[in-house]
Design a protein around this ligand. Structure first.
Ligand code: TRH
Length: 356
């Protein structure tokens, strides 16, 4: 059974561990042995409270005592412990050394995906490191999508699931989930949203900042942290999902419900181009049933939610046009579903990187 070593450093928030855990779980489910090495495992208590066959989680510092596996994943440029790299360099059969990068819809991803970087100095001298980029198009490494995920989202009984947790909607009410960074423009959003909404607030600053801003006809409930599996079910159950970062953003696309993405803010402004690149792809007018007027309003709303443009009447209008938003979400999901998923691609890539 091939052994995968997945290294993860928690920079901030939960996306780094969230992506690594999801990948490790998917590999384990496909018969691989996954070992996750992370410098802060505390979020596993809620993300993955139960043990997963084939997956073991360890503190980063313990890796120096381990013999490297068949595939070593350095995620998001986290820099492997040098003693571990030394052990990789002396392994009789070379491990495939792969750097898993952040997700972006920008065009550099297609150019950079799959490149090899021979190591000429340092503890890994003589080894090759390979770059694997997730993405939304055929010339990228794809997106994490466990077998059967879209079918599970389609057959989920959202109202029953919400009701069983005490988060049920009232007659005629719509439900949204909100997972957001502290700088989210909550006041403007609530004004644009209008009445008739139940807002399910994921942990974070909006749980305290949002309730005093609610408008008539809006209710909010604060949710605890859910396991990743239950967070998926929450996304499948809602009429609109506000997500952030990387992993919740991808999961919301598989949910096939309208989704607003709050991108991870970067001081140099790089996030603006990253958001626009995603909007260019996902609001593609060649998608089934695409509506150009709605797409331009949804773009305005997405940019406003990210503080990149003003809130205009078009933003409120975009939030009211449910059928166009659902149509886009379903067509976009169907298009993404035709891509090979990331784990399948990564397994094939690892064979290629190890010369097999
Ligand atoms: O937490 P995020 O903002 O994470 C990140 C990090 O900031 C990271 O450093 C940055 O590089 C990256 O974004 C772009 O958002 P994300 O990526 O959605 O990660 C959250 C994880 O938490 C995801 O795996 C889903 C999970 N989650 C649950 O399992 N249960 C929950 O209740 C919630 C709200 C989230």
């Amino acid at each position: 059974m091939p052994i995968w070593d997945i290294f993860c450093r928690v920079i901030d928030n939960h996306g780094d561990l969230g992506v690594c855990l999801r990948l490790a779980r998917d590999l384990a489910a496909r018969g691989q042995q996954a070992r996750l090495w992370c410098d802060d495992l505390s979020a596993l208590n809620w993300m993955q409270p139960e043990a997963v066959p084939g997956l073991s989680c360890h503190h980063w510092d313990q890796a120096i005592e381990a013999a490297p596996g068949d595939v070593v994943l350095e995620t998001f440029g986290c820099e492997l412990p040098s003693a571990f790299v030394v052990a990789m360099a002396t392994r009789p059969t070379r491990s495939a050394w792969i750097n898993l990068e952040y997700l972006s819809a920008e065009s550099y991803v297609e150019r950079s995906h799959g490149l090899k970087s021979p190591q000429f100095s340092g503890p890994g001298a003589g080894l090759d490191k390979w770059f694997f980029y997730p993405g939304f198009t055929a010339r990228t490494g794809g997106l994490l999508r466990e077998p059967g995920l879209i079918d599970a989202a389609i057959s989920h009984h959202g109202d029953a699931w919400l009701a069983a947790r005490g988060w049920q909607r009232q007659p005629g009410e719509r439900v949204l989930s909100l997972f957001a960074y502290p700088q989210a423009p909550l006041d403007e959003f609530l004004e644009a949203l209008g009445p008739g909404w139940l807002l399910l607030l994921c942990p974070g600053a909006p749980q305290t900042a949002l309730p005093p801003l609610l408008r008539p006809g809006q209710r909010a409930l604060a949710l605890p942290y859910l396991s990743q599996q239950d967070y998926d079910r929450l996304l499948w159950s809602c009429d609109l999902n506000l997500v952030r970062g990387e992993d919740s953003f991808v999961r919301a696309q598989w949910a096939g419900q309208p989704m607003l993405w709050q991108i991870y803010f970067q001081d140099d402004g790089a996030h603006a181009a990253k958001l626009d690149a995603f909007l260019d792809l996902s609001l593609d007018l060649s998608l089934d049933g695409a509506d150009p007027a709605w797409a331009s309003r949804w773009r305005a709303l997405s940019r406003a939610w990210n503080g990149l443009s003003d809130w205009t009447p078009a933003c409120a209008e975009a939030l009211r046009e449910r059928s166009a938003a659902v149509g886009q979400a379903r067509s976009w999901r169907a298009r993404l579903g035709m891509q090979e998923d990331l784990t399948s691609q990564l397994m094939a890539f690892a064979r290629h990187a190890s010369g097999g």
